[in-house]
Ligand binder design. Structure first.
Ligand code: HEC
Ligand code: HEC
Ligand code: HEC
Ligand code: HEC
Ligand code: HEC
Ligand code: HEC
Ligand code: HEC
Ligand code: HEC
Ligand code: HEC
Ligand code: HEC
Length: 303
């Protein structure tokens, strides 16, 4: 409310200046339009007469090329993103006379794309890290060129697109235990929404656990004897990107288990080598139903 008051006060204070200001703007706009305005729409055929390289990369087979996109004032084709191109065409290609996306600020690029993509990707875009760190739509999408079948506008292979910036994640592709990203059976967007999401780390589900349950329903329970940290957060014990321990555990048992269970009915600190605590699957040698048990005597997760 107070913000509203402040704004309306501000407005009434500037009122005496408003009319000259509007006139000034109109004059400026008029003279700009006269002197170097972009002119009218000329249609995609005209653009392609000079920009045959865009035709060569098969623009007509991209989602934009194939659909009847229409932008400002019902412009079609190239001009629905680049604006009216009459002056640019007549001048033989003066770059100042066309909306050049390459020269726009990152925010303006995304804004241009979102003017049509309100419905599908805009919802959480501004809350995501990509917008916050000035990554734009065209860092991941090629608009003129169809490169992949699945989502025609994404660069190369989806995970490779992500790894071009998230280089620290590449090591996970080669670890002992990991999701099948390298094989292309899954990709980063199996778990993340690159356009932002309401969950942490832009996970494309309400919580990370809900994401895991989509494919690992058997760990969801309900169990007669649940292991408390499981329902809380799978990533307490697993690194979803991969690890060098079996089952993507991090750190390896027994250390993982000891981080919460140090003293109990039996010692959990490994002593001499080849004890049951630290050989093979370690604690899980005995506590094998570690996510929870439905056995009447499963209270210790052993059956
Ligand atoms: C008469 C030939 C001609 C026509 C017609 C033409 N262009 Fe161009 N255009 C050029 C030339 C030449 C350049 C400068 C290329 C360069 O500098 O690499 C250019 C550059 C551009 C650029 C890049 C600006 C930049 O900052 O690098 C865009 C975008 C563009 N044109 C879009 C269009 C669109 C959209 C149309 C149709 C409305 C169109 N052009 C019609 C010749 C033409
Ligand atoms: C969906 C929006 C969109 C449409 C439709 C579109 N462009 Fe572009 N254009 C872009 C973007 C975004 C860039 C900047 C590319 C980048 O940064 O990678 C661009 C860049 C360009 C450039 C500059 C050279 C370059 O690649 O950076 C030219 C020339 C161009 N477009 C011409 C065209 C022509 C001709 C058409 C129609 C056949 C067309 N564009 C259709 C969005 C579009
Ligand atoms: C003038 C309106 C318009 C603008 C501006 C626009 N798009 Fe689109 N876009 C469309 C339409 C229409 C489709 C096709 C939707 C469909 O098939 O459901 C589409 C489809 C897409 C797709 C899906 C491709 C696929 O193969 O499924 C991507 C990705 C995309 N646009 C990215 C962008 C990016 C990035 C920009 C900015 C450079 C942009 N769009 C600007 C209208 C637009
Ligand atoms: C960090 C990389 C990245 C950025 C940045 C990005 N996208 Fe995407 N986008 C993708 C990937 C990957 C897909 C494919 C998603 C899939 O296969 O489920 C996609 C899919 C799409 C689709 C297809 C429809 C859908 O929801 O799956 C549209 C439309 C789209 N993006 C538009 C945009 C627009 C507009 C922007 C900028 C505001 C943008 N994207 C920014 C990576 C990105
Ligand atoms: C142009 C570079 C770039 C590309 C390409 C890119 N990212 Fe990012 N991403 C960033 C930056 C910068 C951040 C913010 C800093 C950070 O967390 O490292 C970020 C953050 C993230 C985060 C943390 C999100 C959060 O909200 O905490 C996730 C998850 C992510 N990116 C996933 C992806 C996925 C999936 C792809 C591929 C579809 C992708 N990124 C492609 C630059 C990129
Ligand atoms: C199996 C699901 C899954 C896949 C596949 C996946 N992630 Fe993640 N990612 C997560 C979860 C869950 C988190 C949150 C981790 C946490 O809370 O410790 C996360 C966190 C992140 C973060 C932010 C925190 C950090 O560790 O820096 C980035 C960046 C990220 N992922 C990038 C990627 C990239 C890039 C890919 C593809 C190479 C990818 N992820 C594939 C589930 C996944
Ligand atoms: C899109 C489906 C999908 C999602 C989402 C998913 N997974 Fe997986 N997960 C798989 C597949 C497929 C395998 C089997 C990989 C194999 O056998 O190579 C697997 C295997 C695993 C394994 C065993 C790895 C091994 O080496 O035995 C663990 C642990 C795991 N996932 C944890 C998680 C966690 C934690 C999450 C949530 C952050 C998650 N997964 C989300 C599909 C998924
Ligand atoms: C308290 C630590 C812990 C938590 C939390 C946890 N896990 Fe596990 N998980 C393990 C251990 C230990 C193994 C290895 C079991 C074995 O070797 O028998 C494992 C194995 C797995 C496997 C591969 C073997 C199998 O049983 O299919 C999958 C898949 C898996 N976990 C998914 C999940 C999911 C999904 C969640 C979250 C709902 C989760 N885990 C939470 C400790 C945990
Ligand atoms: C993040 C902390 C955490 C980690 C890591 C963890 N646990 Fe637990 N565990 C708990 C909690 C909390 C309980 C419930 C304790 C209670 O009810 O008194 C529990 C219960 C148990 C119980 C049943 C004990 C009882 O009194 O009901 C066993 C057995 C057990 N955990 C074994 C393991 C093993 C084996 C590992 C390693 C694979 C492990 N835990 C990792 C927190 C953890
Ligand atoms: C050789 C089989 C075996 C191995 C290996 C084993 N346990 Fe146990 N654990 C048991 C048995 C049997 C009980 C039940 C003891 C009782 O009820 O007095 C138990 C009970 C527990 C309990 C619950 C009782 C309490 O003290 O609160 C926890 C927690 C536990 N184990 C953790 C671990 C951890 C952590 C490891 C790995 C370092 C581990 N166990 C390895 C057999 C094993």
């Amino acid at each position: 409310m107070s913000k509203f008051d402040h704004r309306s006060n501000g407005r009434s204070r500037t009122k005496p200046f408003a009319i000259p200001l509007v006139v000034l703007c109109l004059v400026l706009l008029f003279s700009w339009a006269q002197a170097e305005g972009p002119g009218k729409y000329v249609g995609q055929e005209t653009c392609l007469e000079c920009h045959d390289t865009v035709a060569e990369v098969a623009f007509e087979f991209t989602a934009h090329g194939m659909s009847d996109i229409s932008g400002w004032d019902g412009a079609a084709g190239c001009e629905s993103c680049h604006g009216p191109g009459e002056a640019h065409s007549d001048s033989g290609g003066e770059i100042e006379l066309i909306l050049s996306v390459t020269r726009l600020e990152p925010e303006a690029v995304s804004k241009m794309c979102l003017s049509c993509h309100e419905g599908d990707v805009a919802a959480h875009w501004q809350s995501g890290s990509h917008d916050a760190f000035d990554a734009t739509c065209v860092d991941c999408h090629t608009v003129h060129e169809k490169r992949t079948m699945a989502s025609s506008a994404v660069n190369k292979n989806t995970s490779e697109t992500c790894l071009s910036c998230h280089m620290d994640m590449r090591k996970h592709l080669y670890q002992r235990s990991r999701h099948p990203l390298k094989e292309g059976l899954m990709s980063c967007v199996s778990c993340h929404d690159p356009h932002g999401s309401p969950a942490i780390a832009s996970i494309s589900a309400i919580t990370p656990n809900d994401k895991c349950y989509q494919c690992h329903a058997e760990q969801r329970g309900p169990f007669l004897f649940p292991h408390q940290p499981v329902a809380e957060d799978c990533t307490t014990c697993h690194n979803p990107h991969g690890s060098n321990q079996a089952s993507m555990l991090e750190p390896a048992p027994p250390r993982l288990c000891q981080s919460c269970h140090l003293f109990g009915h039996h010692q959990t600190v490994p002593g001499t080598p080849r004890q049951a605590w630290n050989v093979n699957r370690s604690c899980v040698n005995c506590h094998s139903r570690i996510h929870g048990s439905n056995h009447p005597s499963g209270v210790m997760f052993m059956r």
